[in-house]
Design a protein around this ligand. Sequence first.
Ligand SMILES: [Zn+2]
Length: 139
Amino acid sequence: MHEDDKKLADAAREACSRAYAPYSKFHVGAALLLANGEVVTGANQENAAFPAGTCAERTAIFYAAARYPGVRFEKLAIAAWQGGDFVEEPVSPCGVCRQAILEYEKIGGKAIEIFLCGRNKVYCVDGIRTMLPLSFEEF
Ligand SMILES: [Zn+2]
């Protein structure tokens, strides 16, 4: 991994500490690198009414899109913490987040490099389409 990518992975790991996850106790952090150089982080935000909660990835993505409209997403790192440590296996986005990531990848016109971070290993994925075959696409 490139040094800058390691920093993005660290930002995702650090974002886990800002999760609100009293129900699942699964703290997820996401860090998004934008084409303007900004790094936007997000963490999962749960709710007693479960569907009202949001994953870390969408927290970061929607904030970035609202704060920096029209700026392409370059890279996304995702990490998770549970039971006192980062999870051993690289964590992967849920289906809803994959669909949301796809939308912004299409808008940006370029694959978003994705880093799925585990405790001691990181999977590097070249674009969300790899993780979302036969996706729903309206435009
Ligand atoms: Zn999700």
